[in-house]
Design a protein. Structure first.
Length: 332
């Protein structure tokens, strides 16, 4: 009997899968050997996924809970967290216990297990800053393994789990190293974060104040998936060579860009806006009026319609800027 996925992804798009299995404890996983040896989809909170058709495969939802302190010293604390914990509940736990390091990642939807998959990042911080290791079920060797942060190969919205290790691992737990107050080192240099903090608080800012400010900024700018279906930024910001950038800037002097080592990161939202897609709507599919990088489902959009719009955007950006936009969202 097909199972509806509508309420299991933040796009809120109607689509079904063949069967749904829920993993509440990593120990259950070996018994799924038969299912895991055939095509299947691993699901967290469904906030980085677009399903374009009914899936003829089973979906395995990872739901194991738990936040355990592994070790601590005067300056740091190591916590092991179950993959099914809601990411923002972990951030809330950390902040309310006075542990720093992930507060800039407040309000990112989804579950802990998916966080290393695209190395979640926001407001100048990535999970790479706090991650120590990942525990995962390795479908190849059919056993649990420990993967160090170095071996996770975390990059800009990228990791080993999206590249060579794609479809090989089920992340069951992650270990983070958080900062205690003596070593707490807030990162406030991104965008308007410091400016907004100063409007409401006096320095030195507490971890809670940083979290509250990030939450406030995000709420004013980003659509709430509970109200309007979306999966956050649909595309990654393209990173191009310095040489290509110099050429591009001759034609588009106002192009929004950031230096990343020897390369240049372009703001994909700005590119999309220049081509006129911001605020576009056809039927129930659209490009968000406040943040062009976010594609939205206003109600009854299909996954195929969203994907069609995404491809049209890609084509028009390529025609105008000769730049390839790659989806950040996982399309199935
Ligand atoms: P899912 O969407 O369920 O899965 C994503 C991918 O990871 C899939 O390929 C899935 O197969 C795989 N996966 C999931 N769980 C596991 C597991 N346990 N083991 C192995 N593979 C797994 N992202 C950012 O980086 N920064 C942001 O600021 C941000 N803001 C967002 C704002 C909004 C409003 C929305 C809707 C999304 C935003 N995102 C952001 C994207 C998204 O929240 C993150 O990518 C998040 O980590 C996805 O988690 P999830 O549990 O929903 O993953
Ligand atoms: P924003 O602040 O309007 O900035 C637009 C883009 O410019 C961002 O994508 C950001 O890249 C880049 N940028 C801005 N300031 C930068 C700096 N000082 N150094 C390097 N790059 C800079 O973006 P926003 O949409 O409001 O989002 C705010 C933050 O939340 C961003 O970090 C964004 O990544 C994150 N976010 C992510 C998603 C998602 O689904 N992935 C959704 C919503 C918000 P970066 O993306 O590299 O930061």
């Amino acid at each position: 009997m097909p199972v509806s996925l509508k309420n299991l992804t933040t796009f809120g798009i109607e689509a079904t899968c063949a069967e749904l299995y829920e993993v509440h404890s990593p120990e259950q996983i070996p018994s799924y050997h038969g299912i895991l040896s055939e095509p299947h989809l691993i699901l967290g909170g469904g906030s980085n996924i677009l399903i374009t058709k009914n899936l003829e495969i089973p979906v395995i939802a990872i739901r194991n809970q738990g936040i355990h302190i592994e070790q601590e010293n005067q300056s740091n604390i190591w916590v092991k967290v179950g993959a099914g914990v809601v990411w923002d509940e972990l951030v809330h736990w950390a902040v309310s216990n006075g542990f720093g390091g992930v507060e800039n990642l407040s309000l990112i939807p989804g579950h802990v297990g998916a966080a290393p998959v695209q190395n979640i990042g926001a407001y100048g911080v990535e999970i790479a800053n706090a991650l120590k290791s990942v525990t995962a079920w390795d479908k190849f060797i059919q056993n649990f393994c420990q993967i160090s942060v170095q071996d996770c190969q975390l990059g800009y919205r990228d990791s080993y789990f999206k590249q060579k290790g794609k479809d090989r691992f089920i992340i069951t737990e992650i270990t983070l190293c958080l900062q205690k107050p003596p070593t707490y080192n807030p990162i406030l240099s991104y965008g308007t974060v410091l400016e907004e903090l100063r409007k409401s608080y006096l320095e030195p800012f507490t971890i809670q104040q940083v979290r509250d400010t990030i939450v406030e900024i995000r709420r004013t700018k980003l659509p709430d998936p509970k109200v309007t279906g979306n999966a956050g930024s649909f595309f990654r910001n393209p990173i191009i060579s310095h040489e290509q950038f110099v050429e591009l800037q001759k034609d588009f002097p106002a192009i929004v860009h950031y230096r990343v080592h020897n390369e240049v990161k372009l703001a994909a939202g700005w590119l999309i806006e220049q081509v006129g897609w911001k605020g576009y709507r056809q039927g129930d599919v659209g490009c968000h009026p406040k943040q062009a990088l976010v594609l939205v489902n206003y109600g009854k959009a299909t996954g195929a319609e969203v994907w069609e719009l995404a491809q049209k955007i890609q084509q028009s950006i390529f025609q105008k800027f000769n730049v390839k936009l790659e989806p950040e969202v996982n399309v199935y």
